[in-house]
Design a protein around this ligand. Structure first.
Ligand code: GTP
Ligand code: MG
Length: 297
């Protein structure tokens, strides 16, 4: 009589591994247990064969298969699949590795609320009927993205991407040289109760970029539309172009500081110093015009 025991020769996985979320520079270890020792093992990433070497190592110890990736980089993000084969029978198991940019989201965006915010802004009414709009001034270093922000806001309200003629392709000196007001309208052509002002960028040196005195004049509403800034000569209060009696709508009501978050501007301290001075001036003015500003809301 034949005595013996039947055991499976079909390769199988005996354990599961959760998908992995890792920070850059960390080590990843994917360890799976299988039912047989004598297996052909192949690792792939997003369908492409992986080879042992560099930061990637495979090991096969008895019934445990391990893939390790040292010092994870962005390129390591993907789906890792191990295929085990024995006598032309095979099985595969996949683990997703996500390389995290940051430990926490720095801002939670609730995309569904976009329309509510848009309607709120479209319907915003100003107390003073003589005030046509709230004026926002974007201020920051050359190439920080001031003009791009205006383009993006315009695109949101137009519900399509507006190609920005305001934006520099390769910023080295200030692309925006004139003082311009941009009105935003809805798709239906209704003007929104706020406007943006695009001005020349700040430079680290005193001789280049917009002059601090010109920024103060812009905030006070003294600079006429289309005026071309001259970094070496701020517009004098004696110049015929200087608006000596600006209306409430001509003045800047909100100062927005724009600094690129994806790169470190050389001489950032100097920009910040200039921006601080402008802010000081603006807060002094806001106290002077507190009564008028109350009428805006
Ligand atoms: N990566 C990245 N690039 C941006 C962003 N915003 C603008 N840019 C690019 O940065 C460059 C300068 O953008 P602008 O909007 O012209 O900057 P600006 O502050 O108006 O510059 P000036 O008018 O020269 O003072 C352009 O090439 C833009 O495409 C952004 O959010 N991220
Ligand atoms: Mg610009």
């Amino acid at each position: 009589m034949f005595r013996g025991s039947w055991f499976s020769t079909t390769p199988e996985f005996k354990s599961t591994v959760p998908d992995q979320k890792v920070k850059r520079e960390q080590k990843v270890e994917i360890k799976v247990n299988v039912n047989l020792e004598d297996l052909k093992v192949d690792w792939t990433k997003d369908g492409a064969t992986l080879f042992d070497g560099g930061r990637i190592h495979f090991s096969q110890k008895e019934k445990t298969l391990t893939l390790t990736i040292d010092k994870v980089e962005e390129v390591d993000d993907g789906k890792y699949t191990v295929t085990i084969t024995k006598d032309s029978r095979s099985a595969s198991y996949s683990v997703k590795v996500t390389v995290l940019d940051y430990e926490h989201n720095w801002r939670v965006i609730r995309w569904g609320e976009k329309v509510d915010v848009m309607h709120g802004l479209e319907d915003m009414a100003l107390k003073n009927p003589e005030t046509k709009h709230v004026r926002l001034l974007l201020l920051g270093p050359v190439g920080a993205g001031k003009s791009s922000i205006i383009n993006s806001i315009n695109s949101i309200f137009q519900d399509r991407v507006m190609i920005g003629t305001l934006v520099a392709a390769t910023p080295s000196f200030s692309f925006t040289r004139n003082y311009n007001t941009y009105e935003i309208t809805t798709k239906q052509g209704k003007a929104l109760p706020f406007v943006f002002n695009d001005i020349m960028g700040l430079e680290t040196s005193a001789e280049e970029g917009i002059h601090l005195e010109d920024i103060k004049s812009v905030i006070g509403g003294h600079i006429p539309e289309d005026y071309m800034f001259d970094p070496s000569h701020p517009l004098s209060s004696h110049d015929r172009r200087y608006n000596i009696s600006p209306a409430l709508s001509d003045r800047v009501h909100c100062l927005v500081s724009v600094v690129a978050a994806d790169r470190v501007s050389p001489g950032l301290d100097k920009y910040l110093e200039k921006m601080r001075e402008v802010r000081k001036h603006a807060s002094k003015l806001s106290k002077t015009f507190q009564h008028e500003h109350d009428l805006l809301q």
